[in-house]
Design a protein around this ligand. Sequence first.
Ligand code: DOR
Ligand code: ZN
Ligand code: ZN
Length: 440
Amino acid sequence: MSDLVIKNAKLVLSDGVFEGGLLIEDGKIKKITSDSGLLKADKVIDANGNYVLPGLIDAHVHFREPGSSSKEDWFTGSSAAAAGGVTTVLDMPNTQPPTSTIEQLNRKREIAQSKSIIDYGFHFGASADNLNELSALENNVASVKFYMSETTGSLRVDNDAVIFEEFKLLADKKILATIHAENRDMIQYWTNKLKEKKEANAIDYTNTRPNICAADALNQMMYLSKMAGNRIHFCHVSTREEIMLLKNSKTEKITAETTPHHLFLTKEDIKKLGNYSKVNPPLRSIEDQKKLWDAVHSGLIDIISTDHAPHLPEEKNRDILMASAGMPGVETMLPLLLNEVNKGNLKITDITRLTAVNPAKIFQIKNKGMIKEGYDADLVIIDLKKEAKVDNSKLLTKCGWSPFNGRKLKGWPTKTFVRGNKVFDEGSIIKTQGNEVTYF
Ligand code: DOR
Ligand code: ZN
Ligand code: ZN
């Protein structure tokens, strides 16, 4: 007998939608079949004709432990993720201390293992002097992350020769490099200029990191990686100039991501959001946003990840240059995207491609990202007709706010399963134990 059956579903498979159900045994999808082919199981869930998607893989989150658990911890972060239909997260290394040694990686492993209710993996941090640590890496991290410039935390590599050497090492080891591409000298120059101004605001802040900052850095990193021969993934692509560069020069060794905040917010929102809009790279113009959507539709952008970067209100409400940069997103990505399905701007299969199939491919995660026999039963049942407002008071992220607060969205996740275990059900969290992913 199977452990669980989900019946009466529209299953979003990689090649289209299949009406029927699935059998789950030992956390894996045992069989996908028509409802009449479903055998008995301990538990049966009726999806009521709703869509069932593969659980989302959010390839870019900051869950803040160790070091900053007042902003988020692995339990609150993973609960927020489960509520957003996310069943796997890949956590960034700019924690405190940074995940740039094997010792720190193992420490983070222990924390996640004890607290996460969904599955997880880790990005390792490149630093100016950790070539030895990088040499010791095995095939058990999602990528090595390069911060080219200052942002939250102390982790960065501010020498391009070092980046080049580290890229060559990663090419040999066949490990992916992920990049936060912003030109450090330009940021410093324009930040110093802003410091001279008496009263700076959140719009002024965006001028310290204009489009050229991101595009110049992406261009340079693309060239370094082509010379070094490594595979490279660009985080949070936000400008039309980056899109143009990718259009002209993307190869099979280059992949790109954008974020919900760059797809659903622009500089126009800064007046309302104030310092809460502060994020690196910053919010851009409507013209940039249009080009991002074109690239999402054409496939030039491979994935959407949240860059979930929670900070407390008191950390945002400082002078703009001192305020923390980043916004939460793990709970709102799926409803924002489902709302676009209702508007006719995305197909349901686009969501699956951008948030499950492609992240699993790029980060080489085993047995995840698709509803497929033999794969992990990471699933999310959604109600495409449910309408609700994003509401700060209902969020599970510890930071307690969302830049989308008050936005009415149609299309919400209702139940989330990680390896067949229900972790979220109509607003409630069910505590289970997440596992670390493995890589192929
Ligand atoms: O705005 C950002 N916040 N950009 C980053 O690169 C880091 C992130 C954070 O960790 O807060
Ligand atoms: Zn970044
Ligand atoms: Zn980030």
